[in-house]
Design a protein around this ligand. Structure first.
Ligand code: CAO
Length: 551
């Protein structure tokens, strides 16, 4: 079996186009016309097909290489049943050369495609795009009111082999756009109406530019395309790509099939090019809930419509029917925290254990400490003791200081404790970093500063991230118990309510003790009920007698 060289066919006078994708590898069996690599100029990306069928024996290009007509792409061991295709004669789409050649000629002469220059309305039509039929509009770069320059790209159309930008044949202000995403276009279709044309219509340049893009793409399946037919199109300087995501036609097609918004995918290829892997990684992240598309985020308001969960729609009630109302948009922080709380409430199998801690001695100590430190200006709070006590419990029960990562648990060897702060703008959670290394006075002082910053809306993102466990204290306000929602990706949260004096049986009699209500919510995927009960019991012991921390 013969080894056959597969070379880059005639791709017009596009010199030195970069290889941006390798679509096959050594050992692959390829069919004639199967795409082997994707190359890209600044206006078009195109897939280069194999001129023969067989098994890939050697790849002669790598990503980033610059290739042109005649460059060796790979060596194929031709399969016995397939005749080696002569690069310029046997491929079926060599036929494309004829219409394209005609197109180029037509472009120079055919005013029917492009309306002549005028000061009134000017129609912009699809120029000759070779024998590509019914190409879909996949991007629109302009909108009514935009000032359009000659040759400025108006839309991108795409066949299954190439994406191409269609430029304007005239300058002026866009009055009407006659196409929308998804429309199928052919030569001569009306694209747009411009008004107040400020420059002469440039039928040759514009039409040729589009022909060029298509010709190049056609070249991928029509190796014998005459260079002459695209000569005018080889350079189309200055036409902006206007935010077009940097991806090859096959990647675009793949993304569209999956419903992936390509403009939201981060490209990791050269110059931010989006590869198939990038689209797959994005899809996986969305499926795992690690990221959201903009459409999903917009669809997930704090109230949630529940459609994604198959729930019946949220009741829509005209409250004004029952009495006077006033509608106020929720603030940014409430919207953000609402969406987070909703996700955490739905996704975490959370259980809450309630318990009481006897803080009679601790409160007496706190009050006397504050008296002694009156002049320092630092007020020691119960929350500071709670933070310290929680660190001790987290160290004893490390899974409470962990996070779920797929099927693994990430244990954190640092103890950053978040505390919920009620602010005029909504709930915020500043973080005391390395609480294990700090004393009660320092924690109290930092908490006071962070709580003030939170109320003033001055917390930095760094001051609100990295918590390993959170405490939500309503102790200064009231209440008995509540069920706090876990601050994902943490796995537990402690809710604290107002301490009250209660009669406690000491074995002989009821004595008045100051009891602090604790509510521990935990993620049942990570923590079991027994562990939660032990955590609460240990926390209670420490709060009852802080000397236990030393044991
Ligand atoms: N039991 C009884 N009294 C308590 C108490 C408790 N558990 N915790 C605090 N107190 C007392 C304090 O001692 C203080 O009394 P004095 O003024 O007489 O000294 C008073 O209540 C006010 O305390 P505080 O709430 O201002 O201070 P703090 O350190 O306890 O809390 C902070 C600070 C930022 C947590 C608090 O201001 C706050 O925002 N709490 C609300 C948190 C919240 O909204 N959680 C719900 C989240 S879920 O929606």
């Amino acid at each position: 079996m013969a080894l056959v060289e597969v070379k880059v066919p005639d791709i017009g006078d596009f010199d030195e186009v970069a290889v941006i994708e390798l679509l096959v590898k050594v050992g692959d069996t390829v069919k004639a016309e199967q795409s082997l690599i994707t190359v890209e100029s600044d206006k078009a990306s195109m897939e280069i097909p194999s001129s023969t069928a067989g098994v890939v024996k050697e790849l002669r290009v790598k990503l980033g290489d610059k290739v042109k007509q005649g460059s060796l792409v790979l060596m194929v061991e031709a399969s016995s049943e397939t005749a080696v295709a002569a690069p310029s004669s046997t491929l079926p789409l060599a036929v494309a050369a004829a219409p394209l050649a005609t197109a180029a000629t037509a472009a120079t002469t055919a005013p029917a495609v492009v309306a002549p220059a005028a000061s009134g309305p000017v129609e912009v039509h699809v120029p000759d795009i070779g024998d590509f039929k019914d190409v879909a509009v996949i991007e629109i770069f302009v909108k009514p009111g935009d000032a359009i320059k000659v040759e400025q790209s108006l839309i991108t159309v795409e066949s299954d082999k190439a994406a191409m930008e269609i430029p304007s044949s005239a300058a002026g202000v866009l009055k009407e756009l006659k196409v929308k995403i998804g429309d199928k276009l052919n030569i001569g279709d009306l694209l747009a109406i411009l008004e107040g044309s400020v420059a002469a219509v440039a039928p040759v340049a514009a039409a040729a530019s589009a022909v060029a893009s298509v010709a190049v793409s056609a070249a991928s399946v029509a190796p014998s395309l005459p260079t002459a037919s695209i000569a005018a199109a080889a350079h189309n300087p200055g036409a902006p790509t206007l935010g077009l995501p940097h991806a090859s036609p096959s990647v675009r097609k793949f993304a569209r099939e999956l419903g992936v918004p390509l403009e939201e995918v981060k490209g990791n290829g050269p110059k931010g090019r989006i590869s198939l892997d990038d689209v797959q990684a994005f899809t996986k992240a969305v499926m795992a809930g690690a990221t959201q598309t903009k459409a999903q985020a917009a669809k997930a308001p704090a109230s949630g419509d529940g459609a994604a969960l198959g729930l019946i729609p949220w009741p829509k009630i005209d409250f004004a029917k029952f009495g006077p109302i006033e509608r106020k948009e929720m603030g940014r922080i409430k919207k953000i925290s609402g969406a987070n709380l909703l996700r955490n409430a739905i996704m975490i199998p959370a259980v809450t254990n309630h318990d009481d801690a006897d803080i009679t001695q601790l409160e007496a100590f706190r009050v006397s400490t504050n008296k002694e430190n009156e002049k320092s200006g630092i007020k020691v709070t119960m929350l500071a003791f709670l933070i310290k006590a929680c660190v001790a419990a987290l160290k004893k029960y490390p899974e409470f200081n962990s996070s779920l990562d797929g099927d693994a648990l990430v244990y954190k060897n640092y103890w950053h404790i978040g505390f919920a702060a009620d602010t005029p703008n909504g709930l915020m959670v500043p973080v005391i970093r390395d609480a294990d290394k700090k004393g009660i006075l320092q924690i109290s002082q930092e908490m006071g500063e962070l709580a003030k910053k939170a109320r003033d809306g001055k917390l930095s993102p760094a001051e609100m991230t990295g918590a390993t466990f959170t405490i939500s204290s309503l102790g200064g306000i009231g209440g008995k118990y509540f069920t706090p929602i876990i601050n994902a990706p943490e796995v537990a949260i402690l809710g604290v309510c107002k301490s009250t004096h209660e009669p406690v049986w000491d074995g002989k009699q009821f004595v008045p003790r100051l009891m602090l209500p604790l509510s521990l919510t935990w993620d049942h995927r990570v923590i079991d009920g027994a562990a939660a009960a032990r955590f609460n019991a240990y926390l209670g012991q420490i709060l009852g007698d802080f000397r236990r921390v030393l044991l």
